[in-house]
Design a binder for this molecule. Structure first.
Ligand SMILES: [Fe+2]
Length: 257
């Protein structure tokens, strides 16, 4: 005879909550449209997906090409770009293609197809990236109601370096508070060298502030529901203006194919 009132599916749900490192991230995003995830929590989730050789992956930020499409004339942003498909078989790279954002989403740099240098084969097949993509796939599938969950996602990744050169500030999001025009966004900090500030701010669809935080340590991450919230990052300033500095991030977006 069972215990009256104990629903077996409820017990199973509690077990998952207690053991799955993604559960608190899902809960935060469902509640408020975003989550600020500290590095150790993200690391625990990634480890389950075969995460390895973080230093080797992070080193691939050292040879990114300059982004020549900055409408403000800035040459302070470097990036590599790649597209993938995530479906029940796994995550697969697509042929290189331009990145397109409409001007609705990016009044500064949108409205044109932008061809960025591709992510190198070494970085695209690196176990750290594969673990990040597999974890995003599981996280974003889990956040999407079954009724509207696509079989296949269009995934874009951007390796970004924002530089502070000769004392000049660098702007991580020169277009200001924005949405990426996708369904889900992960921004994961790779490194910060000789920079201060670079605060991430989150706003609702009326641009009212919902929260702010700073990604300071490797794997510190922001997860946003791009249909519900805006995001932006304040300029980064050099700690020591006599030396160059940079902020490196990986951005991963998922949208319905
Ligand atoms: Fe963005």
């Amino acid at each position: 005879m069972g215990f009256a009132g104990l629903n077996p599916s409820y017990i199973k749900y509690e077990m998952t909550q207690a053991t799955d490192p993604l559960a608190p991230i899902v809960a935060a995003v469902e509640r408020g449209g975003f989550a600020f995830v500290r590095g150790p929590e993200m690391h625990a989730a990634l480890e389950q997906a075969g995460f390895a050789d973080w230093e080797g992956f992070a080193a691939s930020w050292d040879d990114l090409g300059v982004d020549m499409y900055m409408a403000d004339g800035g040459r302070y942003r470097r990036r590599h770009f790649a597209c993938f498909r995530a479906d029940p078989e796994g995550v697969f790279r697509k042929p290189h293609q331009p990145h397109y954002q409409s001007r609705d989403y990016n009044p500064l740099n949108g409205g044109v197809e932008r061809w960025f240098e591709p992510v190198t084969d070494g970085a695209a097949t690196h176990p750290a990236l594969l673990a990040i993509l597999a974890t995003c796939h599981r996280l974003f599938d889990g956040l999407t109601p079954a009724a509207t969950r696509p079989t296949s996602w269009h995934v874009e990744i951007h390796q970004f370096r924002i530089e502070t050169l000769s004392g000049q500030d660098g702007k991580p999001t020169p277009e200001g508070m924005h949405r990426d025009g996708v369904d889900w966004v992960l921004v994961l900090l790779v490194s910060r060298v000789n920079i201060a500030s670079g605060e991430t701010t989150i706003g609702d669809l009326g641009m009212r502030p919902l929260g702010s935080f700073t990604l300071t340590d490797p794997l510190d991450s922001a997860v946003t529901d791009d249909n519900r919230v805006f995001h932006g990052v304040t300029p980064v300033t050099p700690l020591d203006p006599a030396r160059p500095g940079h902020r490196d991030v990986l951005v991963v977006t998922f949208r319905r194919e």
